[in-house]
Design a protein around this ligand. Structure first.
Ligand code: COA
Length: 180
């Protein structure tokens, strides 16, 4: 898996030594629940996710601010859970609240979208957010995704409460027009 470089970030594979930085933000109530996962309770939770999920399944990157030498978030492309053909990828991300509001995720997402279409030969990349997640909505809009609609009561993350999924996608043609 390639390391990607943007103007301000390095987007690289996860290392086990990232567990402390990951735990620092994954243990807070503002990050995981907005993305559908439970806050981590211990550093071992973070280590396990790195070891058994990020490092075992493609494509998950850590987002690093090189000047700080710190992992500030994560981003990934997985099989789109709502489409069955393998060239349909879904974009997912989360970031430490300390770094929200500086456009880092939009910058990282644009690099990962380019990688998905150019290197992974994706035909479509989707992005989903819960209807209350306005920040994620803005990231998705700023990346140029097209809104498809809302799937009501679609996701049931760990707390057992059903959420609406706001659905977006970008086709290869749209990527070419917007990014190249
Ligand atoms: C989603 C997330 C990565 C966004 O990070 P971020 O640093 O805030 O992203 P950006 O700075 O690039 O953009 C945020 C945008 O949302 C806007 N915004 C912030 N709060 C907002 C609100 N309450 N209502 C509407 N827009 C809001 C900002 O103004 C900004 O838009 P702008 O650039 O047009 O001004 C971050 O909030 C996060 O990690 N959240 C928890 C995990 C998560 O939600 N993951 C995504 C699951 S779908």
């Amino acid at each position: 898996m390639k390391t990607l470089y943007t103007a301000r970030t390095v987007i690289r594979p996860w290392y086990l030594s990232d567990a402390d930085d990951f735990f620092e933000y994954a243990s807070t109530p503002d990050v995981g629940p907005n993305a559908g996962w439970e806050p981590h309770r211990t550093r071992s939770d973070s280590l396990n996710v790195i070891k058994n999920y990020f490092q075992r399944t493609y494509y998950h990157w850590a987002i690093v601010l090189p000047d700080l030498g710190k992992v500030i978030g994560g981003i990934g492309l997985t099989q789109d859970p709502k489409r069955s053909f393998p060239q349909a990828k879904a974009l997912g991300y989360s970031m430490s609240k300390d770094f929200w509001g500086h456009g880092y995720m939009t910058e990282a997402a644009q690099a990962v979208i380019s990688y998905g279409f150019k290197d992974l030969n994706a035909q479509l990349i989707s992005a989903y957010h819960y209807s209350f997640n306005e920040r994620s909505k803005r990231v998705i809009e700023k990346c140029g995704f097209t809104y498809e609609g809302k799937l009501r009561l679609c996701s049931q993350p760990y707390m057992g409460v059903l959420h609406d999924d706001c659905c977006y996608s970008m086709t290869r043609d749209e990527f070419t027009k917007l990014y190249l």
